[in-house]
Design a protein around this ligand. Structure first.
Ligand code: BYC
Length: 472
């Protein structure tokens, strides 16, 4: 069980390590100050119907109640240790996992933890202004639930930095509160986390595509030989599921509302759909193309010596490592497409160097499941169009496809063709302005903005019309 009597709730017996406890207690007010200045703008005095973990197993989410966000009990929760856990992959396969950081892996492991940790506050910063335009109290509550949990995920990484990386770790923990999403001087580390999220369609795309990268990265880190990292990621994954649910159902509700409007008007004419205040499917597709391609970059380069080293040394594995047959992949190869000398060819590379690509492909298959659910609604409405994932070649800035102009279906095109079609393939200024024009807050319990259908059900068996946020 989690001890909520401590100033920092935890299940790691923090009280037994006074030095660590003091160091984290010094970081805590800096975190609160970061939250107050860069977290959700306003709403800090509102009572929000939030879940708080009371334990770290599947039933640990029993506690739902009204909480003011600054009073949320951010803390340190690791999944229970697995007795006699062994290294599951790489050159050290079968040896006991590490409870401390081996000296030779210290800086690489720190870099991985910092990169993971950096995304968490970044996403809170990106979503800062969305409360002002929530399409319903239900959605507003979900936004804040996500925000406080991303704050907790930052705590998870900061705990590891403080507990296992000494002075360097403490400095990195401070730097995590100093970088800012979108800042020119001190930006967040990974590209997607510097993109603005100024409307709710972007939020739903981000929570569908980018939080799903989080799922796959956390699953890879949950396999780590460094056991405290594995355990903290296992617990983080239980929180992540709701974030992806918000994206998945959010886009589905947008699509359903658009289909309703199309049906009422009997047209697929974009202008008429927009006049009726809904989001036309071509616009939804452009947003999807943008957020999917940006999130594909987050897996790193197709051929990566970093990824090979993480795998060999046991620092970072593949999601659900147990399901793979070969956990060593020492002399195996992987075939992937590369672009060289103006042409596409298939290259055989050492498997370990292609781990980013293996994980990216699993991610794409997972995304595809969401799309097929949305497309079922479109099919049922009797329409021939479908939402599609862009090719992994499209609009990339990292890896072998970086800067290579292609169409969303992966067809190679020349730069002029790409530029001529950009407005068909990626969100335009006028798309963004239109979406922004729809962003008006709806704070009456049970009411929804006109561009989105209501959810199927409320939170924790409460009705949709429940007052999920009591505005101060
Ligand atoms: N933008 O060998 P390469 C989440 C850097 S999301 C900018 O290709 P590697 C969440 C890379 O860092 C999950 N830079 O890549 C979601 C490297 O730099 P260094 C976050 C990039 O190392 C929603 C260099 O390029 N977790 O949790 O194999 C809300 C060469 O890299 C990018 C993690 O990412 C990019 N897109 O793989 C809240 C897990 N891509 O180190 C939260 C930890 C690459 O040479 N991170 N670079 O200076 C990692 O495992 C790896 O760093 C990456 C890259 C998978 C990101």
């Amino acid at each position: 069980m989690i001890d909520y009597n401590d100033r920092i709730p935890n299940n790691v017996d923090l009280a037994a390590n006074r030095t660590l406890q003091r160091a984290l207690e010094q970081w805590q007010p800096q975190f609160i100050s970061w939250w107050q200045t860069t977290g959700p703008s306003d709403f800090q005095a509102a009572d929000v119907y939030l879940r708080t973990a009371i334990g770290v197993d599947a039933k640990g989410w029993a506690n739902y109640d009204y909480v003011r966000m600054p009073d949320y009990r951010w803390g340190i929760f690791l999944a229970e240790p697995e007795p006699d856990r062994r290294i599951g992959f790489g050159d050290e396969l079968g040896k006991p996992v590490w409870q401390h950081v081996p000296g030779e892996h210290r800086s690489t492991l720190r870099r991985l933890i910092v990169t993971q940790g950096d995304t968490e506050p970044a996403s809170v910063e990106q979503q800062r202004i969305l409360g002002h335009t929530a399409p319903s109290l239900y959605d507003l509550r979900n936004l804040f639930q996500i925000n406080v949990e991303e704050g907790r995920h930052l705590w998870a990484m900061v705990y590891l930095l403080h507990a296992y990386f000494g002075r360097d770790g403490r400095e990195e923990a401070e730097a995590l509160l100093m970088r800012r999403s979108g800042s020119r001087d001190n930006p967040r580390i990974l590209t997607t986390f510097n993109e603005p999220i100024e409307d709710w369609l972007s939020l739903f795309m981000f929570t569908f595509f980018t939080d799903r990268d989080g799922k796959f990265q956390l699953k890879s880190l949950a396999e780590s030989s460094f056991d405290p990292l594995a355990r903290t990621c296992r617990f983080m994954l239980t929180e992540e599921a709701h974030h992806m649910f918000v994206g998945d159902t959010g886009i589905q509700r947008v699509v359903r509302r658009t289909l309703e409007v199309m049906n009422e008007l009997g047209t697929d004419d974009v202008e008429r759909i927009r006049e009726a205040g809904a989001l036309d499917l071509p616009l939804v597709q452009r947003y999807l193309n943008f957020w999917c391609s940006s999130s594909l970059d987050l897996f790193g380069a197709e051929i990566s010596s970093n990824a090979a080293a993480y795998f060999a040394t046991g620092l970072k594995g593949r999601p659900d490592e147990a399901k793979f047959k070969d956990h060593c992949e020492r002399d195996t190869t992987y075939e992937l497409e590369v672009f060289a000398d103006g042409a596409v060819r298939t290259e055989s590379v050492p498997y370990r160097n292609a781990v980013n690509e293996v994980v990216r492909n699993e991610y794409l298959a997972d995304c595809e499941r969401g799309l097929s659910r949305w497309n079922k609604w479109i099919e049922r409405a009797g329409l021939g169009v479908r939402l599609r994932l862009p090719s992994a070649r499209f609009n990339r800035t990292v890896g072998v496809w970086a800067g290579i102009p292609t169409a969303p279906d992966g067809r190679l095109v020349d730069r002029a063709t790409f530029e001529a079609h950009r407005d068909l393939w990626l969100p335009t200024q006028s798309d963004r302005a239109y979406v922004r024009s729809l962003m008006r807050p709806v704070y009456e319990p049970g009411k929804m903005a006109a561009w989105i259908a209501p959810p199927d059900k409320g939170i924790k068996d409460k009705p949709i019309a429940y007052e999920y946020v009591r505005l101060a």
